[in-house]
Write a protein that binds this ligand. Structure first.
Ligand code: MG
Length: 218
């Protein structure tokens, strides 16, 4: 069963789906060579892509260029559809640190043909997750530093206050398309600095003062 662990209670919450947005930090859009979007791009990752600390990110056999993307993850607390922006924050039960591991060679090839890029983003191990912390009234999801280093070298560093669309806007937008259910994970996009990892690398990522995680690429 794919799950996210709630740090407060130790409960493993079943994850049905991972809904992600891309193109949500200006500097990353520029580094990818895209035009500024009018809305974030939306895609899904299967729940089977989730792994937890202690498990390796196994380099897939289906691509040759795997990139790291550090992201703020949101854990949906209740089933919802068509949520207004003003009520969307209430649907977010917890937050976590997530990596949107991406086979960039597969993704760029898909972009050229115009075909879906699911296989670039959905392979087993493509969604390493930390434990999730509860969202309270005091949680400032829109002002969290996040960063990632590979073998001790800083690759990504930003703050969620640089998100073009914030957590509430994202949840509202996604819920127009899909019924969101308790346990679903929302990935909010990555800042600039994405880059390749190799077998043997150690990835360390952090979010705010309270969340960090390490994964080895195998
Ligand atoms: Mg991403």
């Amino acid at each position: 069963m794919a799950y996210v662990r709630l740090a407060e209670t130790g409960e493993n919450l079943a994850v049905g789906k991972i809904v992600a947005v891309g193109a949500n930090y200006k500097a990353h859009i520029i580094e990818m060579g895209h035009d500024m979007p009018e809305a974030p791009m939306i895609f899904l990752k299967p729940a089977t892509s989730i792994i937890h600390e202690g498990e390796p990110i196994v380099f897939p056999t289906t691509g040759e260029l795997m990139h790291h993307e550090v992201e703020l993850g949101l854990v949906i607390g209740e089933t919802c559809k068509g949520v207004p922006v003003g009520e969307a924050s209430g649907m977010v039960h917890a937050y976590c640190l997530a990596l949107d591991m991406t086979l960039r060679d597969v993704q760029l090839a898909a972009m050229k043909t115009g075909w879906p890029w699911d296989t670039a983003k959905g392979f087993d191990g493509a969604c390493p997750l930390s434990d999730a912390l509860p969202v309270t009234d005091a949680t400032a999801l829109s002002d969290l530093e996040l960063g990632l280093e590979v073998n001790g070298e800083l690759r990504q560093k930003s703050n969620t206050n640089d998100l073009l669309w914030g957590p509430a806007e994202i949840v509202a937008m996604l819920s127009e398309h899909f019924t969101l259910e308790r346990g679903d994970i929302v990935l909010t996009g990555t800042p600039s600095g994405v880059g390749p990892v190799e077998r043997g690398d150690e990835i360390r990522a952090w979010l705010g003062d309270e969340l960090s995680m390490k994964f080895r690429v195998a």
